[in-house]
Design a protein around this ligand. Structure first.
Ligand SMILES: NC(=O)C1=CN([C@@H]2O[C@H](COP(=O)(O)OP(=O)(O)OC[C@H]3O[C@@H](n4cnc5c(N)ncnc54)[C@H](OP(=O)(O)O)[C@@H]3O)[C@@H](O)[C@H]2O)C=CC1
Ligand SMILES: O=C(O)CCC(=O)C(=O)O
Ligand SMILES: [Mn+2]
Length: 403
């Protein structure tokens, strides 16, 4: 069989730890045998970020703007422990924060639903899609440790030198302080992408923020969502029988737990980060959630919602067998290949992405899965596979489908 050709390169961002191991296996076993992979490769592994003073991350984000579609492996965001472990020149910022700040947009995260893996929240009958604002807030903050008594102020200086200041805290003893921001234009495009996605997928939109406490910051999110909804989307929502619902974030969290699912939950950046892990884990496993960043300029970055699975990697380094679930990383590749195929009118590539997803899900439905799923499946006597054996089982299934 001839390999499927690709006309435009896909931006490939490699990553760290266990997901870097899975990345290589997925390419070797599930992609390269069938596709003449045309990627522009960026190594976002921590060693290379350190060598390039993190320039590689910026280059990868700019390449995504050039070609339109990227696929990213999970990466380490360094903390003090990682500084020592990797002998880093500095404590680099999150590559995801850097890339999302350059591309802007909304991250859509939806659970991968498969027979035999039921949500542990009994009343969830349909998937819940998290729409996470990808720009700003704590992911683009500035913060410091206050060592001695003194005053921390927030100061704004306009272009012609006028100042606006407000006291953050009069410190009598050591503490911490942080400044963060967001942009009206980014919040507007976040709102538009949520409402457009709702119309495309025929789902309601729920949004929660804490406007009673954060009257100006969260209040602005609430106001912009309502304005965009009323002015641009209400008529279309009415015609489609859909609704937009706003409430305080804590009320929304409580309601989500009692709901049936089948809606888009728009979340501010941090809420979406945390709640997507809660939703994916309750739907089955952290490794069963897709994630795509859709930028207002029409760029797409596909990834898994989970991290580098550090604990499994240390087992791997000790020479022990691991059973790490590669499904979300496989789906990051299929999402990116499908989008590349759609943009290039490359039907063979789009169909390949569909087949690889089908092969992955049918492997699980046949009772072959990694440990995280085996612990919760309703399938009797599941076969627990190692990281590699699961990918090989998907390969067998894919070979059958591709014939
Ligand atoms: N998008 C990204 O690039 C992200 C990167 N990170 C980075 O990842 C690193 C590790 O973060 P951590 O908090 O451990 O989060 P992880 O999401 O990597 O893992 C947390 C735990 O979830 C379970 N888990 C997650 N993914 C899988 C999988 N594919 N298969 C099986 N189990 C899974 C494991 O549980 P158990 O051990 O019980 O089996 C694991 O220990 C950090 O350095 C962080 O900076 C974190 C989040 C996102
Ligand atoms: O970039 C990071 O450090 C964390 C990212 C993350 O947790 C996510 O994308 O869900
Ligand atoms: Mn996260």
């Amino acid at each position: 069989m001839d390999k499927i050709k690709m006309t435009t390169p896909l931006v490939e961002m490699d990553g760290d730890e266990m997901t870097r191991i899975l990345w290589k296996m997925i390419k070797e076993e599930l992609l390269l045998p069938y596709v003449d992979l045309n990627t522009e490769y960026y190594d976002l592994g921590l060693a290379c970020r350190n060598e390039t003073d993190d320039q590689v991350t910026v280059d990868a984000a700019n390449a995504t703007k050039k070609y339109g579609v990227a696929v990213k492996c999970a990466t380490i965001t360094p903390n003090h422990a990682r500084m020592k472990e990797y002998d880093l020149k500095k404590m680099y910022k999150s590559p995801n924060g850097t890339i999302r700040a350059i591309l802007d947009g909304t991250v859509f995260r939806a659970p991968i639903v498969v027979k035999g893996i039921e949500p542990c929240v009994r009343n969830w009958k349909k998937p819940i899609t998290i729409a996470r604002h990808a720009y700003g807030d704590i992911y683009k903050n500035t913060e410091f440790y206050v060592e001695k008594p003194g005053k921390v102020e927030l100061v704004y200086t306009s272009e012609n030198g006028e100042e606006k200041r407000s006291l953050v805290q009069e410190f009598k003893s050591p503490g911490v302080a942080m400044g963060m921001h967001n942009m009206e234009a980014s919040i507007e495009s976040f709102a538009r992408s949520c409402f457009n996605y709702a119309l495309d997928t025929n789902q309601d939109v729920w949004f929660g923020a804490k406007d009673t406490i954060s009257k100006t910051y969260d209040g602005k999110f609430k106001e912009i969502f309502q304005k965009i909804f009323t002015e641009e989307f209400k008529a279309k929502f009415d015609a489609a029988g859909l609704t937009y619902f706003y409430s305080l974030i804590d009320d929304v969290v409580a309601r989500v737990m009692k709901a049936e699912g089948g809606f888009i939950w728009a979340c501010k950046n941090y809420d979406g980060d945390v709640m997507s892990d809660m939703v994916s884990s309750a739907f089955g496993s952290l490794a069963m959630m897709t994630s795509v960043l859709v930028s207002p300029d029409g760029y797409y970055e596909y990834e898994a919602a989970h991290g580098t699975v550090q604990r499994h990697y240390y087992r791997h380094l000790e020479g022990k067998e691991t059973s790490t679930n590669s499904v979300a990383t496989i789906f990051a590749w299929t999402g990116a290949l499908r989008k590349r195929g759609e943009l290039d009118g490359n039907k063979a590539l789009t169909e390949f992405a569909d087949k690889l997803e089908k092969a992955t899900l049918s492997t699980i439905e046949a009772g072959k899965m990694t440990k995280d799923l085996a612990m919760i499946t309703t399938i009797k006597h599941p076969k627990v596979l190692s990281s590699r054996d699961f990918i090989l089982a998907v390969r067998e299934s894919l070979d059958r489908i591709m014939k």
